[in-house]
Design a protein around this ligand. Structure first.
Ligand code: BEZ
Ligand code: FE
Length: 294
């Protein structure tokens, strides 16, 4: 084999050209575009880093481990997408352009589609450990009209940093759904969320350790809001002051999703109840864009 740089470049380019040509007859034009771009960028990446055969084997082993640890409760490939920022890049590419709409962030692996319905003002904590937190606001359009009857799904980790599905006892806590009221208002009790590590006992965790990155996510409350005629919103609110806001393992933090959790002691809550001892409150409007981005 020649080591003449010009011949090496030609030899490498010939491989790329041959692979590109193999996708030329793809009937679906979008699939053809995607495969062409993937091959061009993947080959450019291998050339850029001068990929060794040993490194290629390590990459294959890594992906094989990711496959083996993945099941219907654990999705290591999404986790990989998350820590590489691909999930947040995809969110950014698809974000509606409507100024004033609440920004989106990652979905995460802990949503459950069988959470219970709770009444307006009810409690989604349902036994989850933590300081009570009263969350309220309005669901509205970017032009300020109330969105009545929006379905609001909420889920969160408890004060120990665990979602209910991470406990082995099959509990359901720290999640629920409700509908916005006749003026678009919503309110519910939850617990103040805590920071927690993403699952890091698999290959993605090893990658974080090898690159001196941490697995922590700042404390947050997940929302998924749906209403007819509006784009669905998948987002979180983050608690101001959290030590991990600047180093979220999955890059999900956006400045306007960071909100103050106001601390109260021994006072009555807005719904007239007396939580007794310390409690907190968060106010946050959920602003939805229409399908055409307004
Ligand atoms: C979460 O917020 O639940 C999450 C998001 C991405 C990866 C792991 C967890
Ligand atoms: Fe989460």
């Amino acid at each position: 084999m020649s080591t003449d740089p010009a011949l090496v470049t030609d030899r490498e380019q010939a491989v790329t050209e041959e692979v590109l040509a193999s996708f030329e007859a793809t009937p679906d034009p979008r699939l053809r575009e995607v495969m062409h771009s993937l091959v061009r960028h993947l080959h450019a990446f291998a050339r850029d880093i001068r990929l060794s055969e040993h490194e290629w084997e390590i990459a294959i082993e890594f992906l094989t481990r990711a496959g083996h640890i993945t099941d219907d409760r654990r999705q290591e490939f999404i986790l990989l997408s998350d820590v590489l920022g691909l999930s947040m890049l995809t969110v950014a590419i698809n974000e509606p352009s409507a100024p004033g709409a609440t920004e989106s962030t990652v979905f995460g692996p802990f949503f459950v589609d069988t959470a219970p319905e709770i009444p307006l003002g009810g409690d989604i904590a349902r036994g989850a450990a933590g300081i009570p937190c009263y969350v309220s606001g309005r669901v509205r359009s970017v032009t300020g009209e109330p969105i009545v009857g929006a379905r609001i799904e909420v889920w969160e980790a408890d004060a120990d940093g665990f979602y209910d599905v991470q406990y082995p006892d099959g509990r359901s806590a720290g999640r629920g759904w409700l509908r916005s009221g006749e003026n678009g208002e919503y309110r519910f009790w939850s617990v103040l969320p805590a920071p927690y590590p993403i699952p890091h006992d698999g290959p993605v965790g090893d990658l974080l350790a090898a690159t001196d990155r941490g697995p922590m996510r700042p404390a947050h409350l997940h929302f998924m809001v749906t209403a007819p005629d509006f784009r669905s919103l998948i987002t979180h609110i983050f608690v101001a002051g959290d030590p991990y806001l600047d180093c979220d393992a999955v890059f999900g933090v956006k400045d306007n999703l960071v909100v103050e959790a106001v601390r109260h002691t021994d006072t009555a809550a807005p719904d007239g109840s007396h939580p007794g001892g310390a409690w907190t409150s968060i106010t946050f409007d959920l602003v939805l864009a229409t399908h055409d981005g307004r």
